[in-house]
Design a protein around this ligand. Structure first.
Ligand code: SF4
Length: 250
């Protein structure tokens, strides 16, 4: 969505590289077409996340999504296209008011303000409670299964029983599926929980009737977890590579 990111989530390597700018809709699309060509496989799902905040590049994100969904474009079902946001409330409001048909993933990552502030700067600007209260007011405008929560699992920070209880409460209120993403590696003093803790947290949600998916994070060998792909490049090179890749130059 962007080259670099203007936010600085503490678990994310992308946030540590300089923000260079928004991608155009064409640059976003070229990544999807590029992947399809590279792997010689038809892409069936697209998630707008990873590098950058889609709702800080709203117009290009929606334009790219509509071209991906268009029957003369990639013809991918709108229900298989997801926009993920760290919680940019004006963007979320616009998305709902425009009745966008795509799925909306809210990167929640913590359900207590103090904890969330510790790991996500955005909490200072748009509190998750304000976002969730707004979504609650608008829940009748959301289609079934349209909303999901993304939740990165960080050892000793956000996977205590109280976190599971509160996360389940919000998920139930908003009928949101929860996507659990264990940290792939250690980063910035934060660590991946043990498999036992991951299962325990997942069970605490499932036992409360929540649809929770423990998403597998492949590519541990290259620190390929969510938001960590910049981890082994120099800041300038990573951002340049992002722009070049998006422009189809590499
Ligand atoms: S997690 Fe997303 S919003 Fe946060 S710094 Fe990384 S790329 Fe930006």
């Amino acid at each position: 969505m962007q080259s670099g990111c203007s936010l600085d989530c503490s678990f994310c390597a992308t946030g540590k590289i300089a923000f260079k700018g928004n991608l155009t809709a064409g640059q976003i699309l070229s990544q999807v077409y590029g992947m399809q060509q590279l792997y010689d496989r038809r892409i069936s799902n697209v998630v707008f996340m990873g590098m950058g905040e889609p709702f800080y590049n709203y117009d290009n994100a929606i334009r790219a999504a509509s071209l991906i969904a268009d029957q003369h474009g990639m013809n991918i079902s709108r229900r298989r296209i997801t926009l993920s946001t760290s919680g940019v409330l004006p963007g979320i409001k616009r998305f709902i008011e425009e009745k966008q048909p795509y799925r909306l993933a809210l990167s929640l990552h913590a359900v207590f303000a103090e904890k969330r502030r510790q790991i996500m700067d955005i909490e200072e600007k748009f509190s998750f409670e304000a976002v969730l209260e707004y979504l609650l007011q608008k829940r009748n405008d959301l289609q079934q299964g349209q909303l999901m929560f993304e939740y990165i699992m960080i050892d000793g920070i956000n996977i205590f029983p109280d976190d599971a209880k509160e996360l389940a409460r919000w998920a139930k209120l908003l009928k949101a599926k929860v996507n659990l993403i264990p940290m792939n590696t250690s980063f910035n003093g934060m660590h991946r929980p043990s498999d036992e803790k991951i299962i325990e947290f997942w069970q605490a949600l499932v036992s409360r009737g929540i649809v929770a998916v423990n998403r597998k994070s492949p590519a541990k060998d290259i620190d390929g977890a969510c938001g960590m792909l910049a981890g082994r490049s120099t800041p300038g090179a990573a951002a340049d590579a992002g722009l070049k890749a998006a422009a189809g130059q590499v």
